[in-house]
Design a protein around this ligand. Sequence first.
Ligand SMILES: Cc1cc2nc3c(=O)[nH]c(=O)nc-3n(C[C@H](O)[C@H](O)[C@H](O)COP(=O)(O)OP(=O)(O)OC[C@H]3O[C@@H](n4cnc5c(N)ncnc54)[C@H](O)[C@@H]3O)c2cc1C
Length: 257
Amino acid sequence: MNIFVLLKKTFDTEEKISVSNGQIEDDGAEFIINPYDEYAVEEAIVQRDAHGGEVTVVTIGDEDSEKQLRTALAMGADKAVLINTEDDLDEGDQFTTAKILEAFFEDKEPDLILAGNVAIDEASGQVGPRLAELLGIPYVTTITSLKIDGEKVNIEKDVEGDVEVIETSLPVLVTCQQGLNDPRYPSLPGIMKAKKKPLEELEIDDLDLDEDELEPKTKTTDIFLPPEKEAGRVLEGEIEEQVQELVSLLKNEAKVL
Ligand SMILES: Cc1cc2nc3c(=O)[nH]c(=O)nc-3n(C[C@H](O)[C@H](O)[C@H](O)COP(=O)(O)OP(=O)(O)OC[C@H]3O[C@@H](n4cnc5c(N)ncnc54)[C@H](O)[C@@H]3O)c2cc1C
């Protein structure tokens, strides 16, 4: 089976990220594989071991994304591809990302594409579904179980705590949700082997793409943190006085009555 994983590098949410001038400042932050993409890598390895074939991990990023790709190779993926846009594109959005991936898949004939449910940094959850639409293949989001029997695919999907069972066929794109599996940690031999596994680097020219075709369709105009919580106020006096003051505050200050 020809299995692909879409992998995004994100900053570690344990890191203290600041926002300045409407931009996230992630200088010096630790970067990791988007946690939902770890479920995708794990599932790809499980399906390959059950049905044969190979797992290719693909990311659109910069030179530093090689680290996350090597981690996926150490987990057990067979090949990695870095589409490095650093020198060619200054801006991009979900449209750009999906368009680049569409061009990448043009000659690939994938059977199964696995993505994360959302990226924890920008969290639009758009890249997987957009790519499937562009490739004209079925997609199922937030999956928690995947069974493949020949061309037939049986999927369980998380629906706000309920489970939906879906039948479809290969080729298919799925986005992975917590509960699908327990991603393995790379083993020491896995880390050693990963150093020798193929990691191909492409630029947008290699995909016959033109910068004009990739112009983002959206622009983020501002990003800001929620206002800091103010300390609570303790009302004093007799209970009747407290009730009167509370009603007055709700009416005149909070303006919720
Ligand atoms: C050339 C370029 C320039 C960009 N410039 C900026 C910028 O200046 N400012 C900014 O804030 N953002 C920028 N972005 C990032 C972009 O806005 C989104 O982060 C990106 O399209 C993914 O959207 P998302 O984070 O909402 O992912 P989601 O749709 O939530 O991600 C879901 C899943 O899609 C897959 N996926 C997502 N992104 C990638 C990827 N890059 N490679 C492989 N798989 C992926 C993963 O499996 C992921 O789990 C740029 C992107 C590109 C391609």
